[in-house]
Ligand binder design. Structure first.
Ligand SMILES: NC(=O)c1ccc[n+]([C@@H]2O[C@H](COP(=O)([O-])OP(=O)(O)OC[C@H]3O[C@@H](n4cnc5c(N)ncnc54)[C@H](OP(=O)(O)O)[C@@H]3O)[C@@H](O)[C@H]2O)c1
Length: 321
């Protein structure tokens, strides 16, 4: 495939340093991209040369053995197995490159994307899909009140845009960064904001009540913000975890039961979600013009990682090789 544009996640430097799990080095990094198919193997029928596609990096052998090609993170228990080790040996190189060889299972066609005018912007699509998969785990969003924890990050920003596109009544953007929250508030009257105080009770009152809370936080020092989101739920509400929080949650058994709450996890996105999000973009319901991609090439990887680390929310680094 010819790589057209790839989102460089804000925490890529942490990944490169080895702080997010092991990588099968040496490798070409890169978890996802928008690309044009150059050639396919004889047994590939769902895409053809010339198609514009998303590479999702997700390779699933079943029974919890899932890898992300060119990236950290394993599905199932996250511990990996002899089989995921073999999978990573065969499919190790990602898409931060001019051309990439991708497993057919990781490639989803974007029908009609051949003429999309701004591929750097479109490279945010995979992150939108991860956010959408998390939101969909809570059921339909139309007419419901949704909160996004870590809305000042890129996954959280993607969730705010997706929830608005899918008809949420209100979207409460929750985070620490006041400037990033202000930008989200400017998206429209359905967006509320809450700046995290660090006090669970005050944060719960500021976030809710909501029907759906999506936790897209990075590595926090405590579980307080996540538990404030839990506390902010209305009866029958759902908390979905998609972030990078590495903390244990103390869930009160009786409260979860009596309030009929649901706690869900979501990891990556399936092909149907990719198609749904692309159709929202095509239809003009999900407006990518609010994004601010900062474009880099392949010539200075260290500078690109530094720049990505400084991006928040709706700003992101797009690698255009
Ligand atoms: N489930 C999945 O499929 C999936 C896929 C990709 C990534 N992830 C995980 O999602 C996480 C977020 O990704 P991202 O791309 O959005 O990263 P990001 O752009 O770096 O955003 C991190 C977010 O976490 C917040 N945060 C970080 N440390 C915090 C702390 N100590 N207290 C409160 N808030 C804190 C940041 O708030 P500030 O803006 O205030 O700093 C920001 O909102 C990653 O850590 C990754 O592990 C999950």
């Amino acid at each position: 495939m010819e790589v057209l544009a790839a989102h460089l996640p804000a925490y890529t430097k942490v990944v490169v340093r080895g702080n997010r799990g092991s990588l099968p080095v040496p490798l070409t990094l890169g978890p996802a991209c928008v690309a044009r198919v150059i050639a396919v193997a004889p047994d590939v029928f769902h895409v053809a040369p010339g198609d514009v596609v998303v590479d999702t990096a997700l390779l699933d052998a079943g029974d919890g053995d899932e890898i992300l090609v060119g990236w950290v993170g394993l599905g199932g228990s996250g511990a990996g197995s002899e089989r995921t080790a073999r999978m990573r040996t065969v499919w190790r190189d990602g898409v931060f490159a001019e051309k990439a060889l991708c497993a057919k299972e990781t490639v989803v066609k974007l029908a009609g994307a051949e003429n999309y005018p701004d591929l750097a912007r479109l490279s945010f699509l995979p992150w939108l899909c991860l956010a959408a998969a998390g939101l969909h785990a809570a059921g339909p969003l139309a007419g419901r009140d949704v909160a996004v924890l870590g809305a000042t990050g890129q996954l959280g920003g993607a969730a705010v845009l997706t929830a608005l596109a899918e008809g949420a009544a209100t979207v409460t953007a929750v985070g620490r960064n006041a400037a990033a929250l202000d930008r989200l508030a400017a998206l429209g009257p359905r967006v509320r904001t809450h700046r995290l105080t660090g006090d669970r009770t005050r944060d719960a009152a500021g976030i809710g009540p909501v029907d759906v809370a999506l936790d897209a936080l990075g590595a926090t020092l405590t579980a307080d913000a996540t538990m404030a989101a839990y506390d902010s739920l209305r009866g029958r509400g759902t908390l979905v975890l998609i972030g990078g929080v590495r903390q244990e949650l103390a869930i009160p058994y009786g409260d979860l039961m009596h309030r009929r709450l649901t706690l869900r996890g979501s990891w990556m996105a399936d092909d149907a979600t990719v198609t749904t999000v692309w159709n929202l973009i095509r239809a003009g319901l999900l407006d990518l013009s609010v994004l601010e991609p900062l474009t880099v090439g392949l010539d200075d990887p260290a500078a690109a990682l530094d720049l990505a680390e400084r991006t928040t929310g709706l700003d992101f680094v797009a690698l255009v090789p």
